[in-house]
Design a protein around this ligand. Structure first.
Ligand SMILES: [Zn+2]
Length: 111
């Protein structure tokens, strides 16, 4: 993660189901939508894997999802933007593998 630049962008025409973030593959980068659920529930009020928009958990899932696009672990769907349900399936895979670690960090931050 420390080798992947994280860039912010603001869409000109925001809409409900816009991406919260997108991967850049060559060179590797993560593009975070400043109007997406990384920061706000203004356009999309659904949780991110059970975490509220803008929370540490939502931000962790969004960044780990995009990082997975860059490192391509087995079973992760490379191009999930245009296939219904594919992005959610990928996020579930991130949850299955990373939720425990995310919750540990959240817990440690409370102390
Ligand atoms: Zn994706």
């Amino acid at each position: 993660m420390s080798h992947v630049p994280i860039n912010l962008y603001t869409p000109k025409n925001p809409y409900y189901d816009m991406p919260d973030a997108s991967p850049g593959i060559n060179p590797p980068a993560i593009y975070v939508n400043s109007l997406g659920r990384f920061y706000t529930d203004r356009y999309n009020w659904n949780s991110v894997g059970g975490f509220s928009a803008g929370s540490f958990g939502a931000r962790s899932l969004i960044l780990l999802h995009e990082l997975a696009h860059i490192v391509s672990p087995p079973g992760f769907i490379g191009s999930d933007a245009d296939t219904p349900g594919a992005s959610e399936k990928n996020t579930q895979m991130v949850i299955d593998h990373c939720l425990h670690a995310i919750l540990e960090v959240i817990d440690a931050r409370k102390q």
